[in-house]
Design a protein around this ligand. Structure first.
Ligand code: ADP
Ligand code: MG
Length: 311
């Protein structure tokens, strides 16, 4: 049966440099097109941590050296990363489709995501971005640009920005129309460009939306059947990395909530994936979420491999 699927691609599907990324997306493209070959409609959401960090750093260094290069706001750097990664994905998926003689269009939608300016994430900044600085450099920078920096696990100081929850996807109707017309859509790159509403207008802000939360939100808004979160592991585990580690094939919402409370899922890595999955399926019997690896994607859909989260 044809299903509407939203895929969230993890960092390992992209690599860090342009050439690494070209090679990595060629592999990701195979997994994506495997799902197309099974007859499903697919929307791809991806992360952008290393890419937006690189773009931001390049502008930072250049702006310190010459007045010809302006300060680049974070939302603009995020938009650039959507174009850069969207290009590679569009190119690789297009090539893979042609190789398999599947006639399908691929389109990247530059995506803005509304966040709430009252979100507590704006008062407690948590998301470290960009390079590490020593204390002297950090103090000089913060004096100059007013940014907030924190000490990051003994490795030096990094800029931190807010990581608010997505409220709604501005381009949701465009994404839905394209998907319903049979186009393979790449949307919400890096979680989406965060915007707040001010006097009836959307304005970009310095923040990062978690891509798993963003994928869950867009999946909900286009009323997808399945949210597939592709990451570095085949399944979710409890007692992860310990002697009594146990891989999970299915996860109900009460079980997921219990394991979340017991601290089985690492914040910033597996926790947002499980939470995003729960939010997508909660109260919706016809929906499911799957967390698995890139290599396992089509088996997860056709054979139930991976960890399935259902109401
Ligand atoms: P992505 O780039 O795909 O978002 P992350 O590194 O943020 O990937 O999160 C996925 C990683 O979370 C896994 O590769 C694994 O190392 C780690 N992880 C933490 N807790 C668990 C758990 N309970 N079960 C499985 N993996 C876990
Ligand atoms: Mg992650």
């Amino acid at each position: 049966m044809k299903q509407k699927i939203v895929i969230a691609l993890g960092g390992n599907a992209l690599g860090e440099t342009p050439s690494e990324q070209r090679d990595a997306v060629a592999i990701a493209a195979r997994s994506i097109v495997d799902l197309i070959a099974l007859g499903h409609d697919v929307t791809v959401v991806h992360g952008n941590g290393p890419q937006v960090g690189m773009i931001h750093l390049a502008f930072d260094i250049a702006a310190q050296q010459t007045e010809d290069i302006p300060e680049m706001p974070f939302a603009e750097a995020s938009a650039m990363s959507q174009g850069y990664i969207g290009y590679h994905l569009q190119n690789a998926v297009g090539n893979e489709l042609r190789e398999r003689t599947i006639d399908k269009s691929v389109a990247t939608v530059l995506t803005q995501v509304v966040v709430d300016k009252q979100d507590p994430a704006f008062t407690t900044l948590t998301k470290p971005i960009g390079p590490f600085y020593d204390e002297v450099t950090m103090l000089a920078l913060s004096e100059k640009n007013g940014y907030t920096y924190i000490e990051d696990s003994g490795r030096g100081y990094r800029r931190v920005v807010a990581s608010p929850m997505p409220v709604t996807v501005v381009e949701r109707d465009a994404i839905k129309s394209l998907v319903d017309a049979g186009v393979l859509v790449i949307s919400n790159g890096g979680g989406g460009i965060p915007v707040i509403e001010e006097n009836g207008k959307y304005v970009g802000v310095d923040a990062v939306i978690d891509k798993d939360n963003a994928a869950s939100k867009v999946a909900d808004e286009i009323d997808a059947d399945i949210l597939v979160i592709l990451t570095g592991v085949d399944k979710v585990a409890i007692h992860y990395g310990k002697f009594n580690q146990e891989w999970l094939t299915t996860l109900t919402i009460p079980m997921a909530n219990q394991y979340i409370n017991e601290g089985h899922f690492a914040p910033g890595s597996m926790l947002p994936k499980v939470e995003a999955s729960v939010r997508f399926v909660e109260g919706r019997q016809n929906r499911k979420a799957i967390i698995t690896s890139l290599e396992n994607a089509h088996l997860a859909i056709s054979e139930g491999n991976g960890t399935t989260i259902q109401s």
